[in-house]
Design a protein around this ligand. Structure first.
Ligand SMILES: [Zn+2]
Length: 247
């Protein structure tokens, strides 16, 4: 169930049964010559909605822009500074906490968000630790990447092996093809498997990875593979959400 499609009395009734909220977080950034700019936002949102349906949990608004400074040398990429993303996450969590939500399960689709999300959780906990005793309800946050769903890594390995890479991967492109078959793109990829390595800022990234991919061959993506990966991600994360809520 999506928060956007509820009324306030329905949210009030949900809070009688659960204090948990699932929050998708993605990014708006280049994903190579055939990957969509919205790849990470699309993957996070579709998996989160699936987990919400399977687990009977409410799914909050997608944070569709993340920490993507290293992609800024490619047109269409948008970034929040780490400090901005921390403020956004904190305000969303603290807004929902006002209403009685206590458990925030973030489903992430962008590796570049992880360090900043971890810092955001520390800010949230620090604010509560430093508040006068007894004035705040307990909050717990958890971050899971969609590809951490049980079995997802195994499918990716079986389908793509070394061509999975780490950015603009065939796995994430496949999930977007399953979500949006009308937006499947084709373009030559040279070399078929992109180079690997580290990077610092946007100019450095573009110099090392001229077409935007890292270590991947997304031409191997298919919508059918996307459905397999989606199903595994949803099943694995729904199980993880439910056991976390029960803990
Ligand atoms: Zn991505």
């Amino acid at each position: 169930m999506q928060l956007h499609l509820q009324t306030w009395p329905e949210v009030e009734a949900y809070l009688q049964t659960s204090r948990g909220m699932i929050l998708p977080i993605g990014s708006t950034e280049q994903h190579g010559p055939i990957g969509l700019i919205g790849t990470d936002a699309i993957c996070a949102e579709i998996v989160a909605r699936g987990v919400g349906e399977t687990a009977g949990a409410m799914v909050g608004p997608t944070i569709g822009v993340g920490m993507a400074q290293h992609h800024m040398a490619f047109p269409g990429s948008v970034t929040l500074r780490p400090s901005t993303l921390i403020a956004v996450v904190r305000d969303i969590v603290e807004s929902l906490a006002v209403h009685g939500f206590e458990r925030f399960y973030f489903i992430n689709a962008h590796g570049g968000n992880i360090a900043t999300m971890t810092a955001a959780f520390s800010e949230i906990y620090a604010a509560r630790s430093m508040a006068p005793a007894g004035n705040v309800a307990p909050i717990k946050c958890r971050l899971r990447n969609w590809w951490q769903g049980e079995g997802v890594g195994q499918i990716a390995k079986e389908l793509y092996g070394d061509a999975e890479g780490s950015h603009a991967t065939p796995s994430e492109v496949a999930v977007t093809q399953f979500a949006h078959p009308e937006a499947i793109k084709h373009a030559p990829l040279d070399p078929p498997i992109a180079p690997r390595g580290d990077f610092t800022d946007a100019a450095d990234y573009r110099r090392r990875f001229p077409d935007g991919r890292i270590g991947s061959n997304p031409a191997l993506a298919t919508p059918e593979a996307g459905k397999r990966l989606y199903d595994a991600a949803v099943a694995g994360l729904a199980k993880d959400y439910q056991s976390w809520m029960a803990s």
